[in-house]
Design a protein around this ligand. Structure first.
Ligand code: PLP
Length: 346
């Protein structure tokens, strides 16, 4: 078998949720964000594991994702949709009992015209300028909206991964000014906001990346492990080159392993010539360019003949690979792609 293996530790994801939940008071509900197929790891498996551990509320990006989640998880869970009520969402919202987080006047009009008695939440912009009602719009619509009993009023922090960023407090103050005194449940924080402390927690938190083992939750247990089979090993002489565009030249007689994983599997070309793969705990340098389906690795210094190598593992986190690639762990996870043999560990 020449496909790489992606092992997803559901227990680790559940314990990450429990650890994040424990950071807020008992009156604060901790939801789970499972958008983008649970950050690429499998929405059905992850949401069932979370639900089994007591998670009652989930968030997805779109109503299409909400429909898929509902089918996986059954009737009892609450499902919030960040993109709100878009044109064409009507039948999905009613058929799958989704709660759109309405974010514009246009969506509010659409929702009440077509589904006057259906559940909804309201999204406010507190400075990120991505989604949500502007403070002035909220001011105009507030009493009408609150009379219709929204399930949640939420906003989103733009700089919560940087704990001392002044934007955090600024958005907190705007959110409080807009919502203090209302009866509706409130939510401001994703993973980063949970770590900022109890002032940021309100009634419900919405962690995503922390569940899947990524920063800014430094205490997260690793959730993903990728193991990649070696297709062949060859001897390369001094002065010979490896891979597309000859970007690596042997400086010593080398043993070079060709492994079955590439940028089609989310191993970005930006780590060409920079990252390491691991044989047990021994780092082995990645040689030359990452190809679509293959990567070359220097295994000269290994004492035993390897059969496979690890990329994401106990010795190398998604964030370490993200750093090398100049991106964030979120993008590494969501890029992993469909070709892996996926194993879910309980
Ligand atoms: C993605 C997202 C989250 C989860 O964010 P993490 O940083 O992954 O914890 C929460 N709320 C909103 C609005 C989001 O878009």
């Amino acid at each position: 078998m020449a496909n790489p293996t992606l092992t997803i530790d559901l227990n680790a994801a559940v314990s990450n949720w429990q650890a994040l939940d424990a950071l807020s008071g008992t009156s604060v509900e901790t939801a789970a964000v499972v958008k983008a197929n649970a950050y690429g790891l499998g929405v059905s498996e992850l949401s069932k594991a979370m639900s089994g551990a007591g998670v009652k509320s989930f968030f997805v990006a779109s109503c299409e994702e909400g429909a898929q989640l509902r089918q996986a998880i059954g009737d009892r869970a609450w499902i919030g949709v960040f993109s709100g009520h878009m044109e064409g969402d009507l039948s999905l919202i009613s058929q799958y009992n989704l709660s759109p987080m309405l974010n514009s006047k246009e969506q509010i009009t659409r929702h009440f015209k077509t589904l006057p008695n259906a559940a909804f939440g309201v999204q406010l912009d507190t400075g990120m300028n991505r989604l949500g009602l502007e403070p002035a719009e909220w001011h105009d619509l507030k009493s009408e909206l609150l009379a219709k009993k929204p399930e949640l009023v939420m906003s989103h922090l733009s700089c919560a991964d940087t704990s001392d960023h002044s934007m955090n407090r600024q958005q907190l103050q705007v959110f409080k000014a807009l919502t203090d005194g209302i009866e509706t449940r409130r939510s401001l924080s994703a993973t980063g906001g949970i770590l900022l402390g109890s002032e940021y927690h309100f009634d419900l938190t919405r962690p995503g990346i922390g569940l899947y083992g990524g920063l800014p939750f430094a205490g997260a247990a690793p959730v993903v492990h990728t193991n990649i089979p070696i297709i062949q090993i060859r001897d390369v002489e001094i002065g010979e080159t490896v891979g597309y565009s000859n970007t690596w030249t042997a400086q010593r007689p080398s043993r070079v392993a060709t492994i079955a994983c590439g940028y089609a599997d989310g191993v970005t070309r930006h780590i060409s010539n920079k990252a390491h793969l691991f044989h047990k705990q021994t780092p082995c340098p990645l040689l030359g360019r990452v190809s679509m389906d293959m990567i070359a690795v220097d295994v000269t210094d290994l004492q035993t003949e390897p059969h496979s190598l690890d990329l994401l593992c106990a010795h190398q986190s998604v964030d370490q690979i993200a750093d090398i690639a100049g991106t964030i762990g979120y993008e590494i996870l969501t890029s992993l792609g469909p070709r892996y043999n996926r194993h879910y560990k309980l």
